[in-house]
Design a protein around this ligand. Structure first.
Ligand code: COA
Ligand code: AMP
Length: 629
């Protein structure tokens, strides 16, 4: 039996013992005596009698152990030309002071704080400061527009919003303050205060309820870590579901910290004093887990990189960062490597740097296509590790566990389930399918520590979205199969969620926006394959009767209006650039739009059309439009 098999079996045979042992990597205010509270399925709670502070574990603990001068966070921003190193001591001190500033603004344990910031160290400082107070942060990705921010503010009902005057996208300065002001205008809930970090690229005008970050810190005294229950929420992270209303994924404190600490050693193979470079954004789960919390819990060094893989200034920045900080493991989305390959197919930029310290490349967030896998492997000559997880799970479900042993790779598969994850593939009737057969990928309950205990203020939606399709299982929303060796192949979402450049978006949300246009009678948005971004959305609209679609310039004007509408209401990150006016949309006899059939024609896979189709001629008429690249 290999080491992986042995560890996996131990996690299945005695999960309580396995996870209590993993929890001993942390410093607890009150050490848990019990691993799992399973009294109220499907609501499982990890380490119910434990108490800890996650910020203390991420920072103070390492300083007290004599590692205060070790780099904790390296900020590298080619778009502004700034580089800065935060030692553990400096980061602890700055976090403690900002926690004091939040406390002065009225934040205490259990209160929510929305963080809407670009990739600056202060975003991590704000997150950790919330954790220090036992407050619950909710980070909103900077690429989302005001309306998306407003929806999240209304659901989380924060005491304070923390933001910055601007973000930088390549050479463009994006002002955040007008977006924040607009969001607060749209939201029914009005946070008492806004703390704004002024950046020199565009200073914001501050209003009566706004506080300047620097002034708030200057007036504050440092706050000590507040111990909380292991089951208390550390954060809420909104993610796209089937409708326009995002789901507030709740993350607990002790279970999450335990799972992350375990994963740093056993999956990523990065330990104290070693460097992890995760090129993502703090607005996504990858950023929460592997830019901020996991590397700091492990006493490692994290790189917070502000920029894209290509563009400003060139396609060599990832390699420069890897060489400059002796990065041991790098983590990003496959789309970043497709962008690099497009810009630098022969890898000349990579060869210009000494990458001898780089031992692993981890990729997640979307399917890793075999061509990108091959290119990255040949370029770097190190293990390229595809791994599969979701906002809901907080850490990887299926991976090649580099820190335990590297299993043979099967391109197209993220390898095998990690300890604690009992992954099955079921058919529509809830029966396990034979190896090699596609079905719904599910996880048997209870899920291991770190996975979501519920949705924010919405137990009912939690049960309905994830727990009701198959009794005793969590529905991942992904489809795929297990092979005869137990390797999982994830083929794509079975719902209306799409992945655009590694960003999770809801086609349902975009449809709601298109449907708001006065000329639109009905619409559909589908995700179609894209060479660079993996998937991009394409919109199809049917106009209300009486609208003259043939009027000169109308089609172009409407298309531009619809694209702008989605950009303004969802955000630029939606990347909806293509909207076609069509005569009708194909439907089932019960009136459901056949999005899956539309997608399969657009992608050229041409799956059989369901027998429930109402009028096959409608789909046929649409075929040339769908086929157009
Ligand atoms: N704030 C404001 N705008 C943002 C933004 C942010 N944080 N992030 C993206 N946008 C904007 C972009 O500027 C772009 O605007 P445009 O249409 O005016 O050009 C739009 O949203 C689409 O962004 P994106 O899909 O990222 O496309 P891109 O062409 O700018 O970059 C990649 C493409 C592949 C280079 C880029 O997506 C990337 O590096 N991805 C890495 C993967 C990643 O971070 N994944 C997260 C989960 S692991
Ligand atoms: P997010 O919640 O933003 O992390 O997105 C999660 C979704 O991204 C999953 O449900 C999958 O559809 C997709 N995904 C993430 N990682 C992978 C992977 N390694 N292979 C295939 N799909 C992935």
């Amino acid at each position: 039996m290999g080491e992986y098999d042995e560890i996996f079996r131990a996690s299945v045979a005695d999960p309580e013992r396995f996870w209590l042992e993993a929890a001993s990597a942390l410093e607890w205010e009150r050490t848990p005596t019990k691993a799992l509270d399973d009294a109220r399925p499907p609501f499982y709670r990890w380490f119910p009698d434990g108490e800890l502070n996650v910020c203390r574990n991420a920072l103070d603990r390492h300083v007290e152990a004599g590692h205060g001068q070790r780099p904790a966070l390296v900020y590298d921003s080619p778009v502004t030309g700034v580089k800065d190193v935060y030692t553990y001591e400096r980061l602890r001190d700055e976090v403690a002071v900002f926690a004091g500033a939040l406390r002065d603004a009225g934040v205490s344990a259990g209160d929510r704080v929305v963080i809407y910031m670009p990739m600056v160290p202060e975003a991590a400082v704000a997150m950790l400061a919330c954790a220090r107070l036992g407050a619950v942060h909710s980070v909103v990705f900077g690429g989302f527009a005001a309306r998306e921010l407003a929806v999240r503010i209304d659901d989380a009902r924060p005491t304070v919003v923390v933001s910055a005057s601007c973000g930088i996208e390549g050479t463009r300065v994006i002002e955040y303050k007008p977006l924040l002001d607009k969001a607060i205008e749209l939201a029914a809930h009005k946070p008492a205060r806004r703390i704004v970090l002024q950046r020199p690229q565009a200073e914001a005008e501050l209003g009566a309820d706004d506080v300047d970050w620097a002034a708030a810190c200057a007036a504050a005294s440092p706050a000590d870590p507040v111990p909380v229950a292991s089951t208390d929420p550390l954060y809420v992270l909104y993610t796209s579901g089937t409708t326009g209303k995002p789901k507030g994924v709740v993350r607990d404190s002790g279970g999450y910290a335990t799972a992350l600490a375990w994963s740093m050693t056993n999956v990523y193979d990065v330990g104290p004093g070693q460097t992890l470079f995760t090129a993502s954004d703090v607005g996504w789960v990858v950023g929460h887990s592997y830019i901020v919390y996991a590397p700091l819990l492990a006493g490692a060094t994290t790189v917070l990189y502000e920029g894209k893989p290509v563009g400003t200034p060139d396609a060599g920045q990832f390699w420069r960062v890897a060489a400059e900080y002796g990065v041991r493991a790098m983590f990003t989305a496959p789309t970043a490597f497709r962008a690099l390959k497009k810009e630098d197919p022969d890898g000349e930029f990579a060869r210009a740097y000494d990458l001898s310290a780089l031992k692993y490349l981890f990729l997640a967030g979307e399917r890793l296509d075999p061509e990108t896998y091959r290119w990255a492997s040949e370029l770097l000559g190190i293990p390229v590790i595809d791994h599969w997880w979701q906002t809901e799970t907080g850490w990887p479900i299926v991976a090649n566990p580099a820190g335990i042993e590297l299993l043979p790779v099967k391109p197209g598969s993220p390898t095998k389930p990690l300890p604690g994850w009992d992954i099955q593939v079921l058919d529509g009737d809830g029966r396990q399918v034979p190896p090699g057969t596609d079905g719904a990928i599910v996880a048997r309950l209870p899920m291991p520590p770190g996975a979501l205990p519920t949705l924010w203020n919405d137990d009912e939606r939690f049960v309905q979205s994830y727990m009701s399709a198959f009794d005793g299982y969590y529905l991942t929303g992904d489809g795929g199969h297990l092979d005869e060796d137990g390797y999982l192949f994830v083929m794509g979402r079975t719902d209306d969620v799409i992945n655009v450049a590694g960003h999770r978006l809801s086609t349902g949300g975009m449809e709601e926006v298109l449907a708001g246009h006065p000329d639109v009678a009905e619409c559909a948005v589908i995700g179609v394959s894209d060479q660079l971004k993996g998937q991009v959305p394409r919109g199809f609209v049917v106009l209300k009767s009486g609208v003259d679609a043939d009027a000169e310039g109308y089609a172009e004007r409407l298309r531009a209006e619809l694209v702008t509408l989605v950009r303004d209401q969802v955000g630029a990150v939606a990347s909806l650039k293509d909207v076609a006016v069509v005569a009708a949309l194909p439907k089932t006899r019960s009136g459901k739009i056949l999005r899956k059939s539309m997608r399969s024609i657009a992608d050229g896979t041409d799956e059989p059309v369901p027998s429930t189709i109402d009028d096959p001629a409608v789909l046929e008429a649409l075929r040339p439009t769908l086929r157009r690249q």
